[in-house]
Design a binder for this molecule. Sequence first.
Ligand code: FAD
Length: 399
Amino acid sequence: MKTVLISGGGIAGPALAFWLRRFGFAPTVVEIAPGPRPGGQTVDLRGVSRVVAERMGLMPAVGERQLHERGLAYVKADGRQAAAMPAELLDGAGPVAEIEILRGDLAEILADATSEVEYLYGDSVTELTQDPSGVDVTFASGTRRRFDLVIGADGVHSRVRRLAFGPEEQFVHHLGGYTSYFTVEAPEDLEHWMKIHTAPGGRWVGLRPDRDPRFAKALLSFRSPLLTYDRRDVEAQKRLVRSRFEGLGWHTAHILNGLDASDDFYFDTISRVEVPEWSRGRVALVGDAGYCGSPMAGHGTALSLVGAYVLAGELAAAQGDHVRAFPAYQTRMQAYVEQRMELPPGGIKMAMPMSAFGIAYRDFVLRVMTSRLLAGVLAKSAVAKPDAIDLPDYRARVR
Ligand SMILES: Cc1cc2nc3c(=O)[nH]c(=O)nc-3n(C[C@H](O)[C@H](O)[C@H](O)COP(=O)(O)OP(=O)(O)OC[C@H]3O[C@@H](n4cnc5c(N)ncnc54)[C@H](O)[C@@H]3O)c2cc1C
């Protein structure tokens, strides 16, 4: 049985472990955090990612934890609505999709679905040495083990990518912003909407419904060139975020009150990841580690679930021969990845304007696009884009 080490127990890692085990491999997942990471906002399952989730048998659990957001509304400092995109307007193809679930809930469902897999929590890979028959791995804990293959599913700042492909700067492109997510108590007026207040300086103060109505998922995002900070120092990151938002209107004070107490705080750059070739010998990448359009593009969860399925499926179809399977995985995924990494029109500049005029202009454009006159055109343009991938049923081939 071929042994596969997967670095990263987020979304792509457990999904890959699920399929590899199903197809007769022996996966091990190493995750730097002490357990499955909670947190994150709503992510969506649409198109082929839903097909993959169905094939994994996850939909009953997803259905139980599904959220029903009414849409996205931009609000002013006093809470009045400036513009809105109701979910039904784009029939689930807009920023709020038909099947929405909290990222933390999906991570938990995936952990449950892979309870038979070996997980090494609180550890990470520090060294990789490949030779023609396998990969020697050294872990931070000091353990050394040998695997047939190693997969980097360790996110935007992938260590496996750094060790096997080269420095992060070659592959990660900063789009000019940072984002943070955490849970706070819900204010009364959210009414199942995702609400965002945009303040001058390219700052977003947002709240989205939680599954538990007592809480809401806060987001604080801001435009900025690259900053230097310690990725492990959560308290310093919280201070940095606070300093950018103090004094703003709407629910900012309430959100900042919840910031210090939050135990699921997540902070990262808004970045794209582009790696020309997703494998080097016996090492390959899946999910954000290999391809990521940033939270501005969305689709990170979908790309992870589909990428994990295709990678495992191609390895199974090639009887574990990575020399054939890794390029086949990339060929099958490439067009879909490029399609789903596309940023919305205007990118970060349009979504997070720097000036009051820019904010008013963005809201005006959204009001026009969602007006009775143009809503039909908008809906048509959003719906007519099927996923650019032909998804084989590897289950049938491998049986
Ligand atoms: C806590 C959290 C919250 C998030 N919230 C959102 C959100 O609200 N909206 C959104 O669009 N995207 C969010 N993301 C990103 C989103 O999950 C990904 O874009 C997408 O699901 C792709 O998944 P992934 O498994 O490739 O990467 P990720 O979900 O980022 O998972 C990578 C995993 O690798 C682990 N890891 C990192 N370095 C190492 C290492 N050296 N060794 C071992 N393990 C390592 C991380 O702890 C993490 O669990 C979040 C990610 C995390 C970790």
